[in-house]
Design a protein around this ligand. Structure first.
Ligand code: SAM
Ligand code: MD0
Ligand code: SF4
Length: 352
């Protein structure tokens, strides 16, 4: 089958196996690429219409006990760190809700303070946010204990995000130093068996082969996670990967379009954390239907891959993003539309 036939097969919803995904992702011919993106847009628009979902990002603690080779916030990097108080997180969440986002993503480094006493501080924080806002809640706390998942669900978490980054175990060991591959995979399984939707993600531009990328797309899609993402690696000062050649977003866009074609019902983010607001349109044009890493200005909040880009100039603010989206003919979901998506896709909790 040539690439056009593979695109057609996937668009019709017949699925592609790993070899099909690999073939599609390695076809770099301009006409094929154009058709890949066009097909991804058609699939997205048939399923989700013009509607996109907006996620506000609250990186509430930048303390971390881990030492991931790619991350600015790794423990051995010497930088100014912050930890927001519960009151600050509640105020930020409420203002994101008022501004019109559909979900707040509560993200932290693996902050030891959030791990004490069976993750009590994290669970309390989620409960307080749940008592304050009616929008969706995602938690991105890194790897946590299995027993914490039912408690997080009970407290009001809708989503759990934890990205494998790569499905190549050797690369994983070099990226997520001193961390367990299987334990990170299990995080999403444990979340879903507790009735929490899960997000997986891959990094692009970390020295992987095209086959590694295809395997990641295949694994993320077949694991059943309701949201899947690809993000281009952004080199960070002070880290072992600081001198890696920065990549443009071509391969990320190709991954977004392939995920959309093969796993049509998933939420797929366009993250503002890679190229800032300048990267919004290309990702929407590749088939994304969620905008993540919306960050209110002047709140001393950081991004992850782009700690500062477009934050204090307001270009990652809710209003600015909505204006851009409207200019592209897209509309932001109402809270009830987003709530219906969550309710329809929430995994059924399983006893184990
Ligand atoms: N600390 C938690 C964890 O590691 O799961 C949650 C936050 S972590 C900072 C979120 C994600 O940001 C990582 O899993 C990784 O995919 C992405 N990320 C971190 N540094 C990045 C970089 N330099 N370039 C691109 N993505 C990056
Ligand atoms: C983003 N900076 O969406 C955020 C982060 C964590 N759940 C998400 C990587 O781009
Ligand atoms: Fe910590 Fe997450 Fe960064 Fe790894 S990616 S160093 S766990 S904040």
């Amino acid at each position: 089958m040539d690439a056009f036939e593979l695109i057609d097969k996937a668009e019709k919803g017949h699925g592609l196996d790993l070899d099909g995904i690999a073939a599609l992702m390695s076809a770099t011919d301009d006409e094929v690429t154009e058709e890949l993106f066009a097909a991804a847009r058609r699939v997205r628009d048939r399923r989700f219409g013009k509607t996109v979902y907006l996620y506000g990002f609250v990186y509430f603690s930048t303390y971390c006990k881990n030492n991931c080779a790619f991350c600015y916030y790794r423990r051995t990097n010497d930088l100014h760190r912050y930890r927001k108080t519960k009151e600050e997180v509640l105020t930020l969440s409420a203002s994101l809700e008022d501004a019109g986002v559909n979900l707040v993503d509560l993200t932290m480094g693996e902050d030891p303070l959030m791990y004490v006493d069976a993750h009590r501080n994290l669970i309390d924080l989620v409960q307080s946010v749940r008592d304050t806002v009616d929008i969706g809640i995602m938690v991105s706390p890194g790897a946590i204990d299995r027993a914490a998942f039912p408690a997080l669900r009970e407290a009001g978490a809708d989503w759990f995000a934890c990205y494998q980054e790569t499905y190549n175990r050797e690369m994983f060991a070099k990226l997520r130093l001193e961390q367990d591959f299987r334990n990170r995979m299990d995080q999403r399984i444990w979340a879903r068996e507790a009735g929490i939707l899960a997000e997986d993600g891959m990094l692009v531009g970390i020295g992987e082969t095209p086959r590694d990328r295809a395997e990641a797309v295949h694994m993320m899609g077949t694991s059943g996670c309701e949201q899947i993402r690809a993000m281009t690696f952004v080199p960070q000062a002070g880290t072992p990967m600081q001198d890696l050649e920065p990549r443009d977003s071509t391969e990320e866009l190709r991954a977004i379009a392939t995920m959309r074609l093969v796993f049509q019902d998933r939420l797929i983010p366009a993250s503002l954390d890679v190229e800032g607001i300048a990267g919004l349109k290309t990702r929407i044009d590749a088939g994304a239907n969620v905008i993540t890493s919306i960050i209110p200005p002047h709140q001393e909040l950081a991004g992850v891959a782009q700690p500062e880009l477009n934050i204090d100039d307001g270009h990652r603010s809710v209003d600015y993003v909505i204006e851009m989206l409207e200019g592209m003919g897209r509309k932001v979901a109402s809270d009830s539309e987003y709530r219906s998506f969550i309710d329809a896709h929430r995994p059924v909790p399983r006893r184990c």
